[in-house]
Design a protein around this ligand. Structure first.
Ligand SMILES: Nc1ncnc2c1ncn2[C@@H]1O[C@H](COP(=O)(O)OP(=O)(O)O)[C@@H](O)[C@H]1O
Ligand SMILES: [Mg+2]
Length: 329
């Protein structure tokens, strides 16, 4: 059976074929070091695909996958991650897909790559934006999530500034934030943990104003301590084996350890980056009682989407390792 026959047979007949999608239309290349591409897939939706072998380094697809699954599982608003199959035919159909490095052009390999579901539409009024206007931060309906994401990023030793896209809601003038680009979480593409105070913040630091309350910080940390050990126990089993070259077991041990001293990690990072100037003040504690902080929601423990993905993906890997290898994941 040729690959094409195999692939269409596989997608039609395999009980777990919903685990991955195939790209069928190239739209454009995105800005950024990983040279990601915007594609349309066979579910008709658009994805930003970050391909294996991209110039950012070895574990970027694993970081993207782990970052989006973990952030989604703790209830943070994050662009959904997906496995996207790029065929040889698709890659050869468009020269723009190739990586451009100073010395050469490099062809990505066919196989499974990481896709981030496009927030909004590729063009028109529903196109998302990365620009955060300091004067309009209060129009971001879920702005409190930036504090939760910061704490998660400190835990995950994020090595780059946090990125998010904003989408204008159609029913009112509010905007909603979705976190993207997790390629530099987990000590960066080399899984090399080193403290870089303040690295995890979004570049538009006004987004954090008035968000820091010790009680809220403690709530996030205790939520992460409750949820993350279980998430870590299953997320590694659904990570495509060819998406990383580092020591996954060692990474998990480091992450579990960082959970136990997360309070200190966050305090040190915040203190050294001097962003939350009011933290620990008596005024904050007083304001807490009448500031509407009770609106703070305990995030969902795990979205149904990721639970389904985990279950079907684990079956997929177990049921047919030969198919998996043929797909070049
Ligand atoms: N899920 C998404 N929805 C909308 N836009 C996205 C999404 N993911 C990435 N982008 C856009 O694509 C650009 C490149 O993606 P990013 O993940 O930041 O790649 P890089 O690692 O190369 O910086 C981002 O700056 C953003 O404009
Ligand atoms: Mg980026």
């Amino acid at each position: 059976m040729s690959f094409v026959e195999f692939d269409s047979f596989y997608k039609k007949e395999h009980p777990c074929s919903t685990v991955f999608l195939s790209a069928n239309k190239y739209v454009r290349k995105m800005k950024g070091g990983s040279q990601a591409i915007l594609v349309q897939c066979d579910d008709d939706r658009f994805y930003i695909v970050k391909m294996g072998g991209n110039p950012q380094g070895p574990n970027v697809m694993a970081n993207e996958f782990l970052g989006s699954v973990i952030a989604g599982a703790v209830g943070l608003p994050v662009a959904e991650g997906m496995l996207i199959h790029l065929s040889d035919h698709f890659i050869d159909s468009e020269p723009d897909i190739w990586f451009e490095v100073p010395s050469e052009r490099k062809r990505p390999n066919a196989g499974l790559h990481f896709g981030s579901l496009l927030v909004g539409q590729p063009s028109g009024p529903q196109r998302s934006s990365e620009y955060i206007s300091p004067s309009r931060i209060d129009s971001i309906a879920n702005r409190d999530a930036f504090l939760g994401m910061y704490i998660l990023d400190v835990w995950a030793n994020q090595q780059d500034n946090r990125q998010a896209v904003l989408l204008r809601r159609s029913d009112d003038d509010a905007q909603e934030a979705f976190f993207i680009d997790h390629g530099h979480m987990f000590g960066g593409p080399d899984w090399n943990f080193r403290e870089r105070p303040g690295a995890a913040f979004h570049l538009e630091t006004s987004i954090y104003s008035e968000l820091w309350y010790d009680k809220v910080v403690s709530s996030w940390i205790s939520h992460f301590r409750t949820v993350l050990p279980e998430v870590l126990s299953w997320v590694t089993s659904i990570l495509p084996p060819r998406w990383y070259s580092g020591d996954l077991r060692c990474l998990m041990e480091v992450l579990i350890h960082r959970l136990s001293n997360l309070t200190e990690l966050v305090q040190n990072d915040a203190a050294r980056s001097r962003l939350f100037v009011h933290q620990n003040s008596e005024n904050d504690t007083l304001r807490l009682s009448d500031s509407g902080i009770h609106k703070f929601r305990t995030p969902d423990t795990r979205s149904a989407f990721y639970r389904n993905l985990a279950v079907s993906y684990a079956k997929f890997v177990r049921s047919d390792r030969v198919c998996f290898a043929k797909l070049g994941s």
